[in-house]
Design a protein around this ligand. Structure first.
Ligand SMILES: Nc1ncnc2c1ncn2[C@@H]1O[C@H](COP(=O)(O)OP(=O)(O)OP(=O)(O)O)[C@@H](O)[C@H]1O
Ligand SMILES: [Mg+2]
Length: 471
């Protein structure tokens, strides 16, 4: 079944041939025969008309007469190869001159036919060339896929997910559970820079689908007019710029994972098409009729509140139900300050490694300072701060001056992660965070809080804070 499908010439891959010969009798005769064999054929009788035809059409094969008025066929060949390198050129000559053959082949012609010829000769040459073109298209597809794979590998280096807060442990636990079921769709929510993509990659790599592609698509980064063909691919000529046939993200992610980043930004019209593809498990390329089965797991991510979008009719509720079988919400960094220390250490080591430098010491005031900061850009911002500090420091020690964040209570007011303005509530949270960060060493925690150890003990008692580990 499969090989049959691979070899069959469907209407979708119809080969387009341009015949350039000064004798109209020849061009018309060839056109007649080739069209009978289901090729799409255009003709030109002068070099000028030939170049115009190449500019205006997606030509696969050029049948080129060596002798043409006004321009030598070999010169035309060179120019065609320069301007349209993908066009395969079959030369036709009345001379049968071997030197000419050799020169033409050296200049990139793919085949050669001598006059007088039988229509059959031409048909065979075109059949050979078509096979080559299809093979090249296939290789191109494999290459496209591999570039996705190698991008994955690069990012794989960064798939280490750091954090010791309960919230982040929970995120990881659900991610691993989701990975175990290779078909369940997952929606990851969280503010910018909280690690949504890294979690999506973890799910993919921890799943059975890990030997196939992870295809990330951010629909807000693609012009709306191209979105459909990016997702579903297109057949040649489906629209003005449809240069050749192309597969879309669905096909690239076949048997792998399709990561729909910023799904909240997906235009409403495309949402319906996406839903249909997910429900049917098959797609059609834009402009094509063939149904292509696709088996993908969808992981979506968003930093927007989809429920509000549904209320405003900006997001389809049926699609929402389709993609959210499992929801993973990653809390902002300011709500899990105990992750700051391990993350700083992780990024410091990572950059030292990348820049082939010794791992610098980190002054403990760095943590105290960063724990007071609201991190509107979350983990990405922390990562950038560390990279910057590593560049700025010149004494092998990272100190708080290397982290020039402004602890501006006013500007971070709406964004501090403080759920209430009740002082006691917030005091408890800060004390718990300090204790966790200090590994439950009360002396260290008291230092971080700027109070005495006894004062800390009193507060622990007052608030009934549970101490997991005594010093
Ligand atoms: N827990 C973590 N451990 C290690 N690195 C992390 C963690 N969380 C995030 N990062 C790093 O922070 C950066 C941002 O993460 P990511 O791109 O996954 O965030 P995002 O939620 O997709 O952000 P955006 O909404 O802006 O697209 C990345 O460099 C990622 O490697
Ligand atoms: Mg992202």
């Amino acid at each position: 079944m499969k090989s049959d499908d691979d070899n069959k010439i469907t209407m979708d891959d119809q080969i387009k041939i341009l015949i350039l010969d000064d004798e109209e009798r020849i061009t018309e005769k060839l056109k007649f025969h080739l069209e009978k064999s289901n090729y799409s054929v255009i003709t030109a009788n002068t070099p000028k008309a030939g170049f115009a035809a190449l500019d205006d059409n997606e030509v696969d094969i050029l049948l080129l007469d060596v002798i043409l008025p006004g321009m030598n066929g070999l010169d035309i060949l060179k120019k065609v190869k320069e301007k349209h390198p993908v066009v395969q050129v079959i030369m036709i000559s009345g001379f049968g001159d071997m030197d000419m053959v050799i020169q033409a082949m050296r200049n990139g012609a793919v085949d050669f036919i001598r006059k007088p010829f039988q229509v059959m000769d031409i048909q065979l040459a075109i059949e050979r060339t078509s096979k080559l073109i299809r093979l090249q298209n296939k290789l191109q597809k494999v290459e496209n896929k591999q570039s996705l794979v190698s991008k994955e590998l690069e990012s794989f280096v960064e798939t280490e997910f750091v954090g010791k807060s309960e919230a982040i442990k929970q995120v990881l636990k659900i991610a691993i559970k989701a990975a175990k079921d290779k078909d369940v769709n997952v929606l990851i929510t969280g503010e910018n820079g909280t690690g949504k993509e890294i979690v999506a990659r973890i799910i993919h790599y921890a799943s059975e689908r890990n030997d196939k592609g992870f295809a990330p698509v951010n629909s807000s980064a693609i012009p709306e007019s191209l979105l459909e063909s990016e997702f579903f691919g297109h057949v040649k000529g489906a629209f003005t710029d449809a240069k050749g046939e192309r597969s879309g993200y669905f096909e690239l992610a076949h048997e792998g994972t399709l990561f729909l980043d910023e799904i909240g930004d997906m235009p409403f019209a495309l949402q319906a098409k996406l839903l249909r593809a997910l429900e049917d498990g098959k797609i059609k390329r834009v402009g094509g009729n063939r149904e292509i089965p696709v088996d993908v797991r969808v992981i979506s991510a968003t930093n927007r509140d989809i429920t509000t979008m549904i209320e405003k009719n900006e997001f389809r509720i049926d699609l929402f139900h389709r993609i959210n079988t499992i929801i993973i919400d990653i809390p902002p960094l300011r709500k899990r300050p105990e992750d700051i220390k391990p993350l700083v250490k992780h990024f410091v080591e990572m950059f030292a490694n990348k820049k082939k430098r010794a791992v610098p010491e980190i002054d403990k005031n760095v943590y105290t300072k960063l724990m007071k900061y609201a991190f509107p850009g979350n983990v990405r911002e922390l990562r950038n701060l560390v990279e910057r500090a590593m560049i700025l420091t010149d004494n092998g020690i990272l100190s708080e001056e290397d982290f020039p964040v402004t602890i501006d209570m006013k500007s971070s007011g709406g964004n501090t992660g403080i759920d209430s303005f009740n002082l006691d509530d917030n005091e408890i949270q800060i004390i718990i965070a300090a204790l966790k960060n200090a590994g439950y060493n009360q002396t260290v925690a008291a230092g971080m809080l700027g109070i005495s150890r006894d004062a800390l003990k009193r507060k622990i008692k007052k608030f009934g804070i549970e101490i997991k580990k005594e010093i």
